[in-house]
Design a protein around this ligand. Sequence first.
Ligand code: AMP
Ligand code: MG
Length: 348
Amino acid sequence: MLIIDNILIIIISLIFIILIIIFTTRNNKKSYIVREFYSLGTSNQLKAYGKKASKAIEESIIKVCEIDNKMSVFKNDSEISKINKNAGNKPQIVSNDTYYVIQKAIKYCTLSEGAFDITIRPIVSLWGIGKEGQQVPSSNEIKEKLKIVNYKDIVLDKDDRSIFLKNKKQEIDVGGIAKGFAADEVKNVMIKNGIKSALINLGGNILTLGTKIDGTPWSVGIQDPFKTRGEFALTISVINKSVVTSGNYERYFEVEGKRFHHIINPSTGYPSESDIVGATIISDNSIDGDGLSTGVYIMGVEKSIKLIEEIEGVDAILITKSKEIYVTSGMEGKFTITGQEFVYKNRI
Ligand code: AMP
Ligand code: MG
C-alpha cells in the first residue's frame, strides 16, 4: 500500500513538473512586445523578446526621452541649448552622455573633413526644414551665417566636462548623430534586462540585437529614395548590427518642383547636391553609423567609398541620383536588390 502511495505521489509530481515546463516555455514564446512612441523629433518602435521585454522597453523609452531632454535643440533648457546660449561667453558643464556625443561628433566632423559639421545649426534654422515657416533663405543670409560654421571652434574640457563655443551666435545641432547614440543606449538597457533578441527602430535608424527569435538574421529594408516610405530599394540580412540611413526623403519641402531637404552642405549652406540620395552605414555601434551617414551623404560616392573602406568593421551602401547602387567590399553578396530599376555598380 505504502509503495503504491509513493509511486502515485511521484507520478503526480512528475505531471506537475511537466505542466510547469510546458506553461513557462509557452509563456516565453508569447513574450514578444512591441511599443511605438514619439521622441527625438520622430516616431520610434521597439520590439523585444523575453521575460523582461516589457520592463526593458519601459526603461528604454525613459532613457530615449532623457537623451532628448538633454540634447534637443528645440528644448530651451536642454544641455545643447545651454551650450548655444553661452556661445562666445562661457563654457557649459554637461552630462557624460552629452559630452560623449559631442566628442564622437567631432571625430566624424574631422574624418569627413567638415562635410559633417555639428555647428551647422544657424544654417539649419535659417532653412527651417520640416518646421513652420520653412523657406529658401536669401544667398546673403546664408553667406553671413556660413561664417560662423566651424566645428574647430568647439572647445572640450575633459576635466570640467564642459563645452565651449568660441564665437557668439555659434550653435551646435547633434540631430545628425543623437539617434545613433540613443539606439546604442537602448541596446544596453535591453542587454541589462537579459534580452537576447530585439529590433530597435529610432526614426528609421535600425539597431538589431542578436537574431530573430527563431535564430535567423533580421532582414532590414533600405528605403527607396524615389518612392514613398516603406518601399525598399534593397534588403540586407544582419545579426547584431546597426543600419542607419541618411536620405533626401526624410525631411524636405518643394518649391516649383525642386526639393530642398534637411542635409546641408556646410561648404555651400544649401541642401547637399552630391550624387548620393541615400547613404546607409552598417556598423556595430549606431552612433558611428549615424555620425558617418550624414557626412557620407554630402561627400558623394567616390570620397565616401574610400573613407568607409578605411574604417575597420564599417560598411556602406550608397544609392545615387541615377539609381545606381554602390557598396563597400564588406557588403558584397550580402544584399538583395528589390527595386527593379536599380543597377548594381561594383566599381566606381
Ligand atoms: P541624419 O538624418 O542623421 O542624416 O541627420 C540630419 C540632421 O542633421 C538634420 O536634420 C540636421 O539637424 C543635421 N544636419 C544637417 N546637415 C548637417 C551637417 N552637414 N552636419 C551635421 N549635421 C547636419
Ligand atoms: Mg546621421
